[in-house]
Design a protein around this ligand. Structure first.
Ligand SMILES: O=C[C@H](O)COP(=O)(O)O
Length: 250
């Protein structure tokens, strides 16, 4: 299970860099522009320069509208700026067809520039609150568009969490469908250390967090702290080890 951490600035990325040994992916976003808010190209570039070269940088392209051309161009901007994971929040897509349209444009724009980049189609666990595509439609959207991964986050950061909207059995089905389609499955949404057992058992590939590694658990007012990243990682590794031992014993 990989750990993705989302700083909102170069300063926070430097805090992440202090905990580099405990994380796998540094994810650039701008939370004040939405759950998957896009940051400026120069911030992505500066964060790429600030974190160790062996840590991939991910960037969110935004909570995007159904405008395939606009989104493809934005995704290319993120890739040109140094991100190798490109995450697109399919906020304005109300049907799987619209979402596939958007993601096909993104895949082409990004992979023409950088074939080894990793494109992630992101939906929302609380899709019912915003009227976008259903969480379980995401793996097929990612597969049909040639994306590399499917992800769920929460659209509304109001204290409700991934499992409040998409219970563990539905998340497990999401992961199963993603794996069946040959994709990586990423889950986020105010995930806390107490969720890691479930996430390990369902064989989640990437867990994305911000609030849980910020001071006071506050993703807005709190800042990312390296010691919280280290503690979260330790808990994650413990659950992965326990799950592997249980599988080996069964
Ligand atoms: O991609 C991960 C998100 O930044 C998750 O943020 P959160 O844990 O504060 O919901």
């Amino acid at each position: 299970m990989l750990l993705l951490i989302s700083p909102d600035s170069v300063e926070e990325a430097l805090e992440c860099a202090k905990a580099a040994e405990h994380l796998d992916i540094v994810d650039v976003k701008k939370p004040d522009e939405g759950s998957l808010g896009a940051n400026f190209p120069w911030v992505i570039r500066a964060i790429r320069d600030a974190v160790p070269a062996d840590k991939p940088v991910s960037a969110t392209v935004g909570d995007v509208p159904y405008k395939p051309g606009t989104v493809a161009q934005a995704a290319l901007g993120a890739a040109v700026s140094g991100a190798t994971y490109i995450k697109v929040g399919l906020y304005g897509c109300t049907t799987p067809e619209q979402a596939v349209d958007v993601m096909r444009g993104v895949v082409r724009a990004v992979k023409d520039h950088r074939p080894d980049a990793f494109v992630v189609a992101s939906g929302y666990a609380d899709a019912h609150r915003i009227g976008c595509v259903n969480p379980l439609a995401l793996p097929d959207i990612a597969r049909r568009s040639g994306s590399d991964g499917a992800m769920l986050d929460t659209a509304v950061k109001d204290g409700t969490r991934l499992f409040d909207h998409t219970p563990p059995d539905v998340c497990a089905e999401f992961v199963r469908l993603a794996h069946e389609a040959g994709l990586l499955a990423a889950l986020a949404g105010s995930v806390k250390a107490g969720d890691l057992g479930e996430l390990a058992r369902m064989r989640t590939d990437i867990v994305g967090v911000r609030g849980a590694v910020c001071e006071g658990g506050d993703r807005d007012a709190g800042r990312i702290r390296p010691e919280l990243v280290a503690a979260f990682r330790a808990e994650m590794s413990r659950h992965v080890r326990e799950h592997s031992a249980a599988v080996a014993a069964s």
